[in-house]
Design a protein around this ligand. Structure first.
Ligand code: TXA
Ligand code: MG
Length: 342
């Protein structure tokens, strides 16, 4: 097994050298940590799939530091130019037609399009600039596990399999970027994120389809990643609507083993759970909940006696769609009400 280093910002040159020699380096972004490799080194990209245990038909996002890096491997259009101006660097991934014969099909999963994003993280953009190449980056978790929001999550999943982790502290947003497909005649959101369809419509001045839908195993999905189970700890996760917490807490207290509870501060106060064991605060609001969701799932995953985790669902607004989407995947669409006797 190789030794996995954790590099601080002033050790950036070591991370740059690792990328240049085709090794794997995890990097921070404003959303989640990514698992980086030189996008133009096919062998290095292949190692990303192996380290994550990721199916090879699930393509990778290419991370860039300057918008003109796109022209080498993808076709820009007017929509892309407008969104770059409005949202980059930031939590938005664009799907564009790929130029033939430049990028390995290992990056694109054999599709004729490619996913591209410019992360809002100075350290990572320096890594891309100094390595002088775009860097592929799926989330830096073992496939199927919650995405990493601190360097230690990456270390837990991938130590011994990657050269190093560039430590940028905890990520600000906590759920992955919005993915928008700009390769067809209607812009379509394939994965909800911090940037909503309404935000995108305001810039594009055209309607944006919110194309997120559950994809069955035998369907060919538009974003191949949508068909796989995601963000799932090795525990039973159930979603809890606001009005179901009283009953949910009674259920939890009647169990023989402790039940993990993840909820916002107002609910913690309302149900007098402050300072109790097995309670994970999601902070004051939906934004903090998104930032703390994956860390909370991993926290309870690490507690051997916890078998069940109950997590607050947020009101169904467009702003909250990314949080509810990731929670729904972690919970396999299950609600706590399934546990109640009626
Ligand atoms: O916030 C993020 O986007 C993070 C950070 C590290 O940048 N990255 C990330 O990558 O979430 P990943 O690989 O976990 O998710 C990429 C998603 C997958 O659902 C994948 O199927 C989809 O984007 N995707 C990639 N290329 C695509 C393409 N050409 N067409 C449609 N979907 C694509
Ligand atoms: Mg991922």
């Amino acid at each position: 097994m190789m030794e996995t280093k954790i590099w601080s910002a002033d050790e950036l040159p070591a991370a740059v050298r690792a990328i240049k020699r085709g090794a794997l380096v995890a990097f921070p972004t404003e959303t989640v940590y990514g698992l980086g490799a030189d996008a133009f080194n096919e062998q290095a990209v292949g190692k990303v799939y192996a380290a994550k245990g990721r199916p090879s038909d699930n393509p990778l996002i290419v991370h860039i530091a300057d918008a003109n890096q796109i022209d080498r491997f993808a076709q820009r259009n007017a929509w892309a130019d407008a969104l770059i101006e409005a949202f980059w660097p930031g939590p938005l991934t664009m799907i564009l037609p790929v130029k033939t014969g430049v990028l390995s099909s290992v990056v694109t999963g054999g599709l004729d399009t490619v996913a591209i994003r410019m992360p809002d993280n100075d350290l990572t953009r320096s890594l891309i600039r100094e390595a002088d190449t775009p860097i592929v980056g799926p989330s830096a978790n073992t496939s199927g596990r919650p995405s990493p929001t601190i360097a230690q999550h990456v270390y837990h999943d991938l130590h011994g399999k990657i050269s190093g982790i560039l430590d940028g502290g905890s990520t600000r947003i906590g759920v992955e970027s919005t993915v928008i497909d700009l390769s067809t005649d209607q812009p379509t959101v394939l994965r909800p994120g911090k940037i909503t369809p309404e935000d995108l419509e305001a810039v594009l001045k055209t309607s944006v389809e919110a194309g997120q839908h559950a994809v069955k195993a035998d369907e060919v999905p538009k974003a191949p990643g949508m068909k796989y189970r995601h963000y799932a700890p090795d525990k039973d996760v159930f979603m809890v609507e606001r009005e179901d917490w009283t009953q949910a807490i009674i259920w939890a207290q009647s169990q023989l083993s402790p039940v993990g509870l993840m909820l916002t501060n107002d609910l913690i106060l309302e149900h007098q759970l402050a300072g109790m064991d097995f309670v994970w605060s999601l902070g004051p609001d939906a934004d903090s909940a998104a930032a703390k969701l994956f860390a909370g799932l991993r926290y309870f995953d690490g507690q051997a006696d916890v078998q069940t985790i109950l997590v607050a669902r947020m009101p169904e607004t467009s702003r909250n769609a990314a949080y509810n989407n990731r929670l729904n995947k972690a919970a396999g669409s299950h609600f706590v009400t399934e546990l109640f006797d009626d």
